[in-house]
Write a protein that binds this ligand. Structure first.
Ligand SMILES: NC(=O)c1ccc[n+]([C@@H]2O[C@H](COP(=O)([O-])OP(=O)(O)OC[C@H]3O[C@@H](n4cnc5c(N)ncnc54)[C@H](OP(=O)(O)O)[C@@H]3O)[C@@H](O)[C@H]2O)c1
Length: 364
């Protein structure tokens, strides 16, 4: 897509803009080359207030100036249409997201969602475009039936699992044991009481282990006519919450179909590229998997914001501690849960949809 000085940007909305993922959207879209924020929504508690007055800003830096004064709308088709919005980025709680996102799709919008509500719908792709860009075809079928479409991104932890698995897939994956160490921000702005997590580890995150298992098999599955046939490998997941602000760490034990030397596995991870890199999308990290060779990496504090250029900070997954025993390959992987695991993933998905002609560009 070429951009001339007089080219208008695509008008977008952020749904659930006051939450932690919503705030990430606002920050990532503030100076986006293709998209422009035209509407923000939150719950009825905040409707009508200015964004800057309603939000409890949790990110570094100030609230982007043009957004701070925007009024919070209801997440419904009419107010979004009046604002000229054609693309909605959703950071709604799952229960709210189900009907709201379906309603916006029926109103002809392109919806890019972080919520789990529609992820397992047969005609909704869970898009991680380095791994399964072809699944975006499912959106064309939805568009024919509904006018608009929903594209989901994976659960935050799943993003950290599927990118390394996609790089190792050519060796054949038999099964994966995945153990996670997940950041507090994964539970949302008011998700956990400090008393429960400070100096503690909680070995339970509701539904998370099931999501890792079924989402990763759908993402790495094969697209048939109008659904995805899940990949045949088994996933055994255990998820824990740890007192870290941002960045989910995963320990993976991947059983491969054959013996793969450590050096060969490291090289395959480092050389991994996908369609976003090929297409040079604005939010694509130039290297999606950053391989560290130090003994003590990846770490959330050091590596959560991996990814370049600047727009792709937090979009690379960092892998390290690559070890082999027999056909089992052990690695640690780290994903920024609200960027590659949430808002940044949605923005990348929307960029791919524009590039593939699913979203029309406005004419000057
Ligand atoms: N945090 C992560 O790392 C992460 C990663 C991947 C996916 N997700 C998913 O992304 C979504 C948002 O997560 P979050 O962590 O950002 O949550 P959050 O911090 O709790 O934010 C929720 C947002 O939804 C709004 N909202 C709440 N109830 C609503 C209602 N009844 N109607 C309309 N809007 C409502 C809130 O507005 P008010 O301010 O007015 O309450 C707020 O803007 C969830 O589905 C979550 O599972 C989160």
């Amino acid at each position: 897509m070429s951009h001339h000085a007089n080219h208008q940007k695509i008008r977008v909305a952020v749904l659930g803009a006051t939450g932690l993922v919503g705030q990430r959207f606002v920050a990532l879209l503030a100076d986006h080359p293709w998209f422009e924020i035209a509407a923000l929504t939150a719950s009825a508690r905040s409707a009508g207030k200015a964004y800057g007055a309603a939000v409890d800003w949790a990110l570094d830096g100030e609230i982007p100036v043009p957004t701070a004064g925007m009024p919070l709308l209801r997440a419904a088709a009419r107010p979004l249409a009046e604002a000229g919005v054609r693309v909605a980025f959703s950071a709604l709680p799952a229960a709210v997201a189900g009907p709201v996102e379906a309603g916006l799709r029926d109103a002809g919008l392109a919806v890019f969602s972080n919520a789990s509500a529609h992820r397992m719908d047969p005609d909704v792709p869970i898009l991680v475009p380095e791994a399964n860009a072809a699944h975006l075809e499912l959106a064309r079928g939805q568009r024919a039936r509904h006018g608009g479409f929903i594209v989901a991104n994976s659960n935050c932890t799943t993003a950290g699992l599927v990118l390394p698995l996609a790089a190792l897939a050519p060796f054949g994956i038999g099964s994966v044991v995945a153990t996670s160490f997940q950041a507090i921000s994964g539970a949302g702005r008011r998700g956990l009481a400090a008393y429960d997590i400070a100096g503690n580890v909680v070995p339970f995150i509701r539904d998370e282990e099931d999501k890792l298992e079924r989402e990763s098999r759908k993402i790495l599955g094969r697209l048939s006519e109008d659904a995805v046939e899940p990949a045949p490998f088994a996933v055994y997941a255990s998820c824990a919450r740890v007192p870290v602000r941002d960045g989910h760490l995963l320990s993976l034990a991947v059983e491969l179909d054959r013996t793969v030397e450590e050096e060969q596995a490291r090289a395959a991870l480092a050389a991994f590229r996908g369609i976003p890199q090929e297409q040079d999308l604005p939010s694509a990290p130039s290297v999606p998997l950053v391989v560290r060779t130090e003994q003590n990496r990846p770490q959330p504090l050091a590596d959560a914001e991996a990814g370049s250029p600047a727009r792709a900070r937090g979009m690379a997954v960092t892998v390290g501690r690559v070890r082999r025993s027999g056909r089992i390959l052990n690695v640690f992987a780290l994903v920024h849960n609200t960027i590659r695991g949430a808002a940044g993933a949605s923005v990348l998905n929307a960029e791919l949809a524009v590039r593939y002609g699913l979203i029309e560009e406005p004419h000057p």
